[in-house]
Design a protein around this ligand. Structure first.
Ligand SMILES: *Cc1c(COP(=O)(O)O)cnc(C)c1O
Length: 231
């Protein structure tokens, strides 16, 4: 993908690279959602992206995302969605629910417990992805593939949580193609118990074309579109 110098050029460049990779993979464009990760950038950048046609935005820190989401809502009438993609502390769940419609990073039991409690209290639905731990280190964040199905059963039993699929962050050391395949395998296992949970959140600026080739449905792209982080 060629580097554009303006936000509009980078956004258009990402869209055309996504389109080309989608066609090359023989996939349907409607099955791919671009989530523009706007962390470290101000609300003004989100407003510009709304004008360019972007509708899905990702953030990884509640302290930054909460005021940004308020500022965007106050300055635009265009419908849009916030996706929370980072590790979330349990004490930030209530705040996250104020602005997010999708959580990509359900990565542990204690977070699930708090999500069930707060969504029930508010009677508010939330779309969730289960984040996978793709490493051999059980201490790392995420649900290990062997624990996926029992964990998924608990999510499925939660009235206000809509289980949509799995999420993975491809590691820097490992071969990304084989990691994307492990995510796809986990997705297929999940779909045996949850046929609706077909989504795969995978692929970032460096590897989204490969992620599309390996079945990703939700791309989380930051710097390739937003440029270098401003703060
Ligand atoms: C920052 C971030 C991204 C986007 O990363 P880029 O390399 O800037 O595209 C995607 N997913 C998560 C969880 C992130 O924190």
């Amino acid at each position: 993908m060629t580097e554009g110098t303006t936000l509009a050029e980078r956004y258009a460049g990402a869209l055309s690279a996504i389109r080309a990779a989608t066609i090359a993979a023989g996939r349907d464009h409607d099955d791919i959602t671009l989530v523009v990760v706007t962390k470290n950038h101000p609300a003004s950048l989100v407003l510009e992206l709304l004008e360019l046609g972007a509708r899905d935005f990702g953030e990884n820190r509640d302290q930054e995302a909460a005021p940004k989401a308020v500022e965007v809502r106050a300055n635009s009438v265009v419908e849009h969605r916030w996706h929370f993609v980072g590790q979330l502390q349990s004490n930030k769940v209530r705040s996250m629910l104020d602005y997010s419609s999708v959580l990509h990073s359900l990565d542990r039991q204690s977070l699930l417990t708090e999500l069930i409690k707060q969504t029930e209290r508010r009677e508010q639905p939330l779309d969730v992805f289960i984040e996978l731990n793709l490493t051999d280190d059980p201490g790392r964040g995420g649900i290990r593939p062997v624990e996926l199905l029992p964990f998924a059963e608990q999510v499925l039993a939660a009235r206000w949580l809509n289980l949509k699929g799995v999420m993975g962050v491809a590691g820097l050391e490992a071969d990304p193609a084989s990691e994307f395949e492990r995510i796809r395998t986990a997705s297929q296992q999940l779909q045996r118990v949850a046929p609706e949970a077909k989504w795969i959140s995978a692929g970032m600026s460096q590897d989204f074309e490969l992620a599309i080739a390996h079945g990703a449905t939700h791309l989380r792209i930051g710097t390739a579109i937003t440029g270098k982080r401003a703060y």
